[in-house]
Design a protein around this ligand. Structure first.
Ligand code: PRP
Ligand code: ZN
Length: 299
């Protein structure tokens, strides 16, 4: 009963998304202690617990109402949706939003010595993957026939073991491929991390925490690149300077004491501010330019 009062979010146990997912939750203000079994973290200052699981299990856990939320790659979400629609069922989870981390791609890769001459080279071959439905869609869309060898892991060693001729797997840095003498030849799907939630209505208090958490996640995403910029400039340069500030809406303009017609301009820039921008600002008449990181933002 106690658990029903607390939110539970599933994240990847060990993999590409683990660190960034935990980092996001911490930036949302979550302080937690790790359970003895290392499978769970208990939120100390929010009614939110984190469950560490295999990423492929995350949609099911949300669907089965074991977890209210999950952070998982679009690759897993798409595969799950396709698998379900092939069985004529609807997914029991909703995509809330995509995140700005965990970018990778699902790609086809061939052994280094494979004579690849474009997509027709894979026709009739055996392709090992943990994404059979996504791969099947890709083959269909490209009017290709090939044998899909569905594995539950260690796809990259399948060609060496003679279980397949080539593979279809996730590529992020590409180091897994090169360590296994494989070469990426074409992209099947672009992916990044996303937040999913249960479509089941939650009790008020939990629903309220979900709402707060989503607002905080938005805030975290917005500040990652954002900068607060402050500078002095002659009032006559205001228009030009305004145009130079990347991704800022309406800057605050404050008249400065003393002779002359100088103003201080403060603005939040929703993009990174590069040295080139500072140089252009200076050329436009700006002085005393300060660029500060933004820690939190609430629209
Ligand atoms: C994926 C994939 C590779 C690795 C590729 O694993 O299966 O093992 O990332 O990354 P690289 O190009 O940087 O070497 P993931 O963390 O998604 O976990 P998985 O075992 O569930 O696929
Ligand atoms: Zn996985």
């Amino acid at each position: 009963m106690e658990r029903k009062q607390r939110l539970r979010i599933a994240i990847q146990k060990s993999g590409r998304l683990t660190e960034d997912s935990l980092d996001l939750l911490q930036r949302c203000g979550l302080k937690y202690s790790r359970g003895k079994d290392q499978l769970m973290c208990y939120g100390e200052n929010m009614p939110l617990d984190v469950l560490f699981v295999r990423d492929d299990d995350i949609p099911d856990l949300v669907q089965e109402d074991v977890c209210d939320l999950g952070i998982v790659g679009i690759n897993v979400i798409d595969e799950k949706r396709l698998a379900m629609s092939a069985r004529g069922t609807e997914p029991g989870f909703e995509l809330v939003q995509r995140m700005d981390f965990g970018r990778c791609r699902l790609s086809i890769a061939v052994p280094d010595d494979f004579a690849y001459k474009g997509l027709p080279s894979i026709a009739g071959r055996r392709i090992a993957t943990t994404y059979p439905n996504t791969l099947a869609r890709f083959l269909r869309e490209n009017s290709l026939e090939a044998e899909i060898v569905t594995l539950s892991g260690a796809v990259e060693i399948a060609p060496r073991l003679g279980r397949a001729d080539l593979i279809c797997d996730l590529v992020s840095t590409g180091s897994t491929l090169s360590a296994n003498h494989l070469r990426e030849v074409t992209t099947v799907l672009e992916s990044e991390a996303a937040l999913i939630r249960t479509p089941v209505p939650l009790p008020d208090e939990k629903a309220d925490w979900v709402r707060r958490l989503l607002l905080r996640i938005d805030g975290v995403q917005q500040v990652r690149e954002s900068k607060y910029i402050m500078l002095h400039a002659p009032r006559s340069a205001l228009e030009e300077i305004r145009k130079l500030l990347p991704g800022s809406e309406s800057p605050t303009v404050i008249p400065l004491e003393g002779p002359g017609n100088k103003v201080a301009i403060h603005a939040v820039c929703r993009e990174n501010v590069f040295w080139e921008t500072l140089e252009s600002l200076k050329a436009a008449g700006a002085s005393a330019v300060l660029v500060l990181p933004v820690e939190k933002m609430l629209a």
